[in-house]
Design a binder for this molecule. Structure first.
Ligand code: SF4
Length: 105
């Protein structure tokens, strides 16, 4: 199980979480090696629908990112995210990194 970024990040892409992650596993919104810099010069309109992602296989569940997010978009567990109606967001995090999400619940 991994930390996951939910849909509240869409259109926000704040990089406070990226800056504190000790293993650099928060990326996007466009490149899997990006660190949010792609949105720096975008308008609010251009940012619509864009979000950051956590690589589920790299996240070490340290929790450093959780309280940095200004819009509370980060879940500390996939199961909790799914229970909160964020199954699509969980799948998006996996898909962004070319991984398949296997729902074992
Ligand atoms: Fe990075 Fe730790 Fe957040 Fe995982 S829990 S994304 S390792 S800061």
């Amino acid at each position: 199980m991994s930390f996951i970024i939910g849909k509240k990040c869409e259109g926000v892409c704040d990089t406070a979480c990226v800056d504190v992650c000790p293993v650099d596993c928060i990326n996007g919104p466009i490149s899997v090696t990006g660190r949010g810099e792609e949105v720096e010069n975008m308008t609010e309109e251009e940012k619509k629908g864009l979000q950051l992602y956590i690589d589920p296989t790299e996240c070490i569940n340290c929790g450093a990112c959780l309280y940095e997010c200004p819009v509370d978009a980060i879940y500390d567990d996939e199961e909790i995210a799914i229970a909160e109606g964020e199954l699509d967001a969980v799948k998006k995090n996996y898909k962004f990194y070319g991984q398949e999400f296997k729902d074992i619940s």
